[in-house]
Ligand binder design. Structure first.
Ligand code: SF4
Length: 249
């Protein structure tokens, strides 16, 4: 049985898919977004977290069957309110065997994954066929800007986005709004152009930058220096997504 590393399980989540959900945070991410507000999710292994009441370890290793059994305890509750389980991170596709094994064990539960899409095509396809909904992040359309602000090339993401569009699987696009990084009209128009022909796209969610994103960095021995004006408010161009339901979270 596969085991994996998670750093949080949050119950009663209402913004990670339909209904009231349990959200599972998997540890490890190949990106380094300048605005990331979950720095304890970046490294794949458990690590020290300097908490208010002293040091503790963030991240625990769990077997797929044990995690699935824990999540299935709420199966009736999910069924009653149209909810389910959402896997996020970090980047959940960084632990593909573990993720797929947990998903396979959640029979009768609505399953969603939130992903940057930065993973091998085969991994993306394996996860896609096991979930009911994809929450697909898009940070930047411009390849150079994507490298500059996330540390990675966006070609794997764009390739997987095309797979998602062709699959017919219901999905939501999530775009963090970062002042001076991706909130220009031209950048948002480029993102909107990527969504043309996305028949199963249910909604575009624009996520406001957390001004407190840096708070947890010292707690995991990291320095927060995002390189943009963190006090500025991002411009919001909902008009470019007029073909789709669009909300600001
Ligand atoms: S993809 Fe998400 S978890 Fe990874 S660095 Fe970016 S914001 Fe953080």
């Amino acid at each position: 049985m596969a085991s994996g590393t998670i750093f949080s399980i949050e119950e009663f989540a209402i913004n990670d898919g339909p209904g009231i959900r349990t959200t599972v945070f998997l540890k490890g991410c190949p990106l380094r977004c300048a605005w990331c507000h979950n720095p304890e999710g970046l490294l794949p292994a458990p690590q020290v977290f300097h908490g208010i009441y002293g040091d503790r370890i963030t991240g625990r290793i769990v077997e797929a069957g044990d995690l699935a059994a824990e999540l299935l305890r709420n199966r009736d509750f999910f069924a009653m309110n149209g909810g389910g389980v959402t896997f996020t991170g970090g980047e959940p596709t960084m632990q593909p065997r573990f993720l797929c094994e947990v998903l396979d064990r959640l029979e009768g539960v609505h399953k969603a994954v939130e992903t940057s899409g930065w993973c091998a095509p085969g991994v993306y396809a394996d996860v896609l066929e096991r979930v009911d909904l994809v929450l697909q992040d898009i940070k930047l359309a411009s390849p150079e800007a994507h490298r500059r602000w996330t540390g990675q090339d966006n070609s794997p993401i764009l390739r997987n986005l095309e797979t998602l569009k062709r699959s017919g699987k219901p999905f939501v696009i999530r775009i963090p709004l970062i002042p001076g990084v991706n909130d220009s009209l031209s950048e948002m128009e480029s993102v909107a152009a990527l969504l043309r022909g996305a028949l199963a796209l249910r909604r575009v969610e624009l996520l406001r930058y957390h001004k407190t994103a840096g708070a947890k960095y010292p707690r995991v021995d990291l320095h927060y220096d995002p390189g943009f004006d963190r006090e500025a408010s991002p411009a919001v161009h909902t008009e470019v997504f007029s073909d789709f339901e669009t909300i600001i979270l």
